[in-house]
Design a protein around this ligand. Structure first.
Ligand code: NAI
Length: 351
């Protein structure tokens, strides 16, 4: 069996090899730090030489569209070392009967903790304070007044694995919690003492809003989360509230976001993800070899404006990145691959 691992570091490669050592004789490994998507497919194919891989393991920087799947005629297994799977064309996978696995629940606390790092950074102006003392040498708190979290209301959008931790952490800060979810967990709400409301009600009444829903393209039945926060509802957000996004960039309409920040209606934006974030990672590569028509260039430009705004903190999709979470990610990916080899099914199939 030939397996290609993309976006993998050397220590991860060593760990994977050591953990699948009992099957080593059957497995031929290929490891690369590079991502794979249709923009760099030709380059990857030149590097791998033989494209007859039985399995591919990726992370969130890779985008598996039909063109990528078609480039590997032997492919039987695709695993992603992530909780989100919106970077995979699930229809194309299904059509070719390729099994797919993911890593649910590796970093529920990990991502929720990061959301609070962003919240506190904005509510207490930590970055501005740090920048002032480190870069300007000024030990002065003028203009750095923030606000308490205690007694404020947080709106948690999506109370799945990560959202539930966000609720628990918020309660630890003494915050009131409102939540919105298409499948409310009333038992959890009663346990933690919060209530579910409509999205509009949450937007109107929260001082901080934290997004924890998966990304799904919008459907005719309106079930998707594409631009869940958009030009029609962003003005419903309480004036001066903070919006936090550790989920996926395209859950927020960048155009509406930049306008709301520019007009001072939104108090701040803290995000670990960007709409079109795949482009920003390597803009030179994208400009020279990328598929410009397949991307929204206005959004790409708006991202730069967003990043430069003073009340905005953007981190490079780093919320997952703790030693403990990475270990859980690798162990689950290995379980998915082993289970496929032994039983023909991944342990955690993409739902
Ligand atoms: P989960 O599947 O446990 O929970 C998602 C919740 O959202 C569920 O309760 C579901 O009912 C709700 N939901 C789904 N669609 C909805 C809709 N249209 N409207 C309202 N509620 C809806 O997912 P989990 O593990 O909590 O992860 C959430 C997302 O966080 C992932 O899908 C991923 O995109 C993102 N994530 C980001 C990471 C990062 O490094 N920045 C790391 C891990 C996950």
């Amino acid at each position: 069996m030939r397996i290609a691992f993309f976006e993998i570091e050397q220590w991860e490669a060593d760990y994977i090899k050591s953990q699948i050592s009992n099957l080593k004789s059957q497995i031929e490994f290929f490891f690369t730090e590079k991502k794979i998507d249709k923009d760099n497919l030709d380059e990857v194919l030149r590097q791998v030489q033989d494209r007859n891989f039985d399995a591919i393991s990726i992370f969130v920087g890779s985008e598996i569209k039909k063109e990528v799947i078609d480039a590997f005629p032997n492919l039987k297994l695709l695993t992603t070392r992530s909780a989100g799977f919106d970077h995979i064309d699930l229809e194309a996978i299904k059509q070719k009967n390729i099994k797919a696995g993911y890593v649910p629940g590796y970093g529920d606390n990990t991502v929720a903790e990061f959301a609070f790092a962003l919240i506190l950074n904005l509510s207490r102006k930590i970055f501005e304070a740090y920048d002032r003392i480190k870069e300007k040498g000024l030990f002065d708190f003028e203009g750095l007044r923030g606000f308490d979290l205690k007694g404020k209301t947080i709106g948690v959008v999506g109370t799945g694995r990560i959202g539930k931790y966000a609720v628990a952490i918020a309660k630890g800060f003494g915050m009131n919690v409102l939540a919105f979810d298409s499948y409310p967990d009333e038992k959890f709400a009663a346990e933690k003492g919060f209530k579910y409301v409509s999205l509009d009600e949450l937007l109107e009444n929260s001082d901080v809003i934290s997004l924890h829903v998966p990304y799904f393209p919008s459907t005719s039945s309106g079930q998707g989360t594409h631009h869940l926060i958009n030009s029609n509802n962003i003005n419903k957000i309480k004036k001066g509230a903070l919006l936090i996004n550790t989920a996926r960039g395209a859950i927020v309409e960048t155009d509406a976001l930049v306008k709301a920040l520019n007009e001072g209606r939104l108090g701040g934006y803290g995000a670990d993800v960007l709409e079109e974030e795949g482009v920003i990672k390597d803009e030179r590569q994208f400009l020279l070899y990328g598929n410009l028509e397949g991307h929204n260039l206005k959004t790409v430009l708006e991202n730069h404006v967003l990043i430069d705004m003073p009340n905005v903190i953007i981190t490079p999709h780093n919320a997952f990145n703790t030693t403990e979470a990475l270990q859980r990610i690798l162990d689950t990916d290995i379980e998915n691959i082993k289970s496929f080899i032994e039983k023909g099914e991944t342990k955690f199939p993409i739902p």
